[in-house]
Design a protein around this ligand. Structure first.
Ligand code: CP3
Length: 355
């Protein structure tokens, strides 16, 4: 039993008393409590140690007051398990020392069984779920095949994403072969996370917006749809966050996703009018608004809640991950503003419950 299931109800557009809120990348460096754990262990060790992963997963629930936890891990553990050596370099981000460029590179990628080869992630999910003891739902996640391919091919320090684009246009057969392998792997991975206790899953398609609408359908969306059709689940909702894909939101809403995540460059009310019948929406405050004074944050929260309007089907979030130099107090303020200001948009539900 989950005590606060507002997030799950909103994902399914069931009535809620207020709009639920969580923050992408909420388990991260902006929290001093995260940095304290991170001082004792490097990033990948944290990912591989269920006790540490569970600890930082729960921190934002305790400290920030979010309505959902997201398991601490990274999208790049999949390519790593497939045999690609991964290093997280403090100032540079992730680095694959031997990126995929040729048919031979593609051929040596291991076919993995996520339940076994990424068992440490499943153990972290099970442990975090136990330690949450039903306070809020736990979200599992994966990168989309396209976003994973981008990192696997570029390796590091992406400039114009020219390396992955070259591969896509010069060797589309190889691109599709790897994307398909990733799609099956991601579906198994998310199914295993659900089996281990995840209450919902999110697919991060961070680099979907690099593609033209036609290429987006061919190289990203088709694999996202395939994943959703393959995931073994009961009621667990699937959220797809595809950044910068304005022209393809209607297609995305037909992917089988329950929730579509929006970045901050589009009006959530306008999107609701087109796809709001089909899916719930997640988002979409500009992450840099957390550098603004509290009153400005409150105004923006009100604006976004007002743009979505009355009724369920909105999960409040940022339009991309929280930045590492944001003050935790700002994240706390954001969550409190959503909790306070959103009740007015669900009054009928609140009244019915009081009666
Ligand atoms: O949301 C959460 O709190 C759960 C944990 C989570 C992390 N990464 C932890 C992390 C999630 C959901 C991710 C997803 C992820 N990882 C994405 C998709 C979302 C997005 O932001 O676009 C991507 C593209 C990655 C790849 C990745 N991992 C990059 C580019 C970097 C370096 C840049 C950065 O933001 O630090 C990482 C490292 C990473 N993943 C950190 C954390 C907390 C920081 C590492 C550290 O502590 O040193």
């Amino acid at each position: 039993m989950i005590k606060n299931d507002l997030f799950l109800r909103a994902c399914k557009k069931q009535p809620v008393e207020r709009t639920p809120v969580w923050i992408m990348r909420q388990a991260g460096r902006y929290l001093p409590e995260y940095r304290a754990v991170r001082e004792k262990a490097d990033f990948l060790t944290m990912c591989r140690t269920p006790e540490l992963a569970a600890e930082v997963t729960i921190q934002p629930v305790d400290i920030i007051g979010v309505d959902a936890a997201i398991i601490f891990s990274d999208i790049l553990v999949i390519p790593e398990a497939m045999g690609m050596e991964l290093e997280m370099i403090e100032s540079k981000g992730p680095v694959f020392h031997h990126p995929v460029r040729t048919d031979e590179d593609g051929a040596v990628l291991k076919q993995i069984d996520p339940a076994k080869d990424l068992k440490y992630v499943m153990d972290a999910v099970t442990l975090a779920k136990r330690e949450l003891s039903g306070r809020v739902p736990l979200i599992g996640f994966s990168g989309s095949p396209w976003t994973l391919l981008t990192y696997m091919v570029e390796g590091s320090g992406m400039k114009n994403f020219s390396v992955v684009k070259k591969l896509m246009y010069n060797n589309p057969l190889l691109a599709h072969k790897i994307l398909d392998k990733l799609a099956v792997t991601v579906a198994d991975y998310l199914s295993a996370k659900i089996e281990a206790g995840a209450d919902a899953v999110q697919i991060f398609d961070t680099w979907g917006g690099l593609l033209s609408p036609e290429d987006y359908k061919e190289f990203s969306l088709s694999y996202i749809s395939k994943i959703i059709s393959l995931i073994k689940r009961k009621q667990q909702p699937v959220i797809v966050f595809s950044k910068g894909v304005h022209q393809s939101l209607e297609e995305l809403a037909s992917s089988g996703a329950d929730v579509v995540g929006l970045d901050w460059t589009i009006d959530i009310g306008t999107v609701r009018k087109t796809i709001g019948e089909k899916v719930a929406l997640q988002g979409n405050m500009d992450p840099t608004l957390l550098y603004a004074p509290d009153e400005k944050i409150r105004d923006e929260v009100k604006r976004i809640l007002g743009a979505y309007g009355s009724g369920s089907g909105h999960v409040f979030n940022l339009g991309h991950g929280i930045l590492p130099d944001v003050e935790p107090e700002k994240a706390k303020a954001l969550v409190q503003f959503v909790k306070d200001e959103s009740k007015a948009f669900h009054r009928k539900v609140a009244e019915a419950q009081r009666e």
